[in-house]
Design a protein around this ligand. Sequence first.
Ligand code: BGC
Length: 461
Amino acid sequence: MTNTDILFKTLEQQFLLPKDKLSPIIQGFMEEFKTGLKTPSKGLATMIPSFVTRLPNGNETGTFLSLDLGGTNLRISAVELLGNGQVQVLELKRCPDTQLKTGKGSVFFDWIADAVKELVTVKASHLFTPDQVSGKETLLLGVCWSFPVDQTAVDRGTILRMGKGFTLENTEGNDLGDMFHKAFERKGLNIRVSAILNDTVGTLVAHAYSNPRTRIGLIYATGINGAYPEKVSAIQKLSASIRDAYKPGTEMLINTEIDIFGNDSYLPLNKYDLVLDNSHNQPRFQLYEKMMSGAYLGELTRLVALDFIKEGSLFEGVVPEGLEEPWSFPTMYMSTLERDSTVGHEKSLETLSGYHFVNTPTLQDIAILTRICRTVSTRSASLASVAIASMIQQQNLIKGDQDIIVGVNGSTYEFYPFMEERIHRTLREWFGVEISDRIRLEVARDGGSIGGALIAMLCCP
Ligand code: BGC
C-alpha cells in the first residue's frame, strides 16, 4: 500500500456511511421529529407548522405576486397560474451584498421594497390592473423565506436566527410580516403579506401543482431542509383549540428545519467537520447542514486536500498559493472536477488555474483531488438520503405499493453530477430494492416563486 492509499483508506473510514453508520443518524432524526412536534417552538426552530393545510390540484388560475429570499438571491415574481399544472413567471432578481446582509434590518427591508416596487410598477405592470399598480387596490404577496421562522399563522412568524451569512441588526425576534409592512409603508406601497412560507414548503406546494401525489419537498442547495404533510392531531405543539378547529384527518405541511437536527452524540462528525465548525461565524449551529450542503462541501474538500499536501501525496507536497485561504475552494470546482471527462483533464486544470502552482498539477494530482471531491460529495448524498428516508418513515409511506414522490429543488442536487444515483444508492442500501424503487426524486423548479404564489392564493381565495 502506498502512502496515498493509506490516506484514502483513513479518509473513507471518516466519510463513508454504510448502513450501520446510517442507522443511528436516522434513529436520531426520528426522535427529533417526535420531540419537535410536541415541544413549543419558543427558541427551538424545528418542526415548524406552516398553517398550510391544502395542496393545489393543478387547476388553479390567476396572477399572483411572490418574493423569494435565499442565501444568494432575492427574486420577486409575478406568477401566472395557467391551470393544467402550467405556470408562467416574470421575475426580477437581485443579489444582496455583504454590507446589506450584515447591516440594519430596516435598510435591508427597504432594499427589498424597492425591488418589489420596480417589478409591480415597471417590469410586470402589464400583468396587474391599473388600480393594483397605482396602489389603490391592495396586492397580496406570498413570501418564501429560506431561513428559520417560528410561524404563528399562515401570514405571521417570528424571525429566528438566519444563517447563510445574514446577521441583520434589529431583526431576530420581530414579526416577518411587520418588517415587510413597515418597509412597504415607507416606500408608499399598498401590498400585504398574505402568506409566509419556508422554501421547502414552497417546493412541496409548487411540485404538487404539477404532481398532486408529492409527499416530500426537499431543498438541497446552499442549505438543506425538508417539508412534509403531518396529521394536525399529531402536532401537539399547537394548542388543543387550534388543533380542534381543523376537520379530523386534516394534514398540515411541516417545515422540519432538518438542517438544525442532530448533535455530536450521534452525528458522525470527523476532524474536518470540527475544524470547519470552529472557524465558522456561527459555531455549533446547523452541524448536519455543515456536513453536507453546497455552502460547505468545497471548504471540507480544501481542508482534506491540505492534509494530503502535508503528507506529500498531492501537488508535490507544496500548497499552491491561494489554497491556504479558507473558503477559497468553491463547491462548483468539485462538480467541474467530478464531471471532467477530457483526456488531459483540461477542464479541471482550467478550474484550478486561479491558484499559483510551482509546477503544473499532474494527471495523478487531478485524479487524487477528484477522488477527495467524490468522497466528500458521496457522504453529502448519503446525508441527503437520511433526510428523505426519515421523512418517508415518519409518514409511514413504506406501507403500500404507491410511488413515493419527492420534489427536490436546489443547485447541489441539480448541478452536482451523479447526485441522484448516489442518493438512490443509499436509499437502496437502507430500504432494499423494492421500496427504494418506488421512491421518485423529481426536480421541482421555482418552489419559492410558484409555491409562494400558490399559497398566497390557496390561503386567501
Ligand atoms: C435554512 C432553512 C432552509 C434551508 C434550505 C437552511 O439553512 O435554515 O430554513 O429551508 O436552508 O434553503
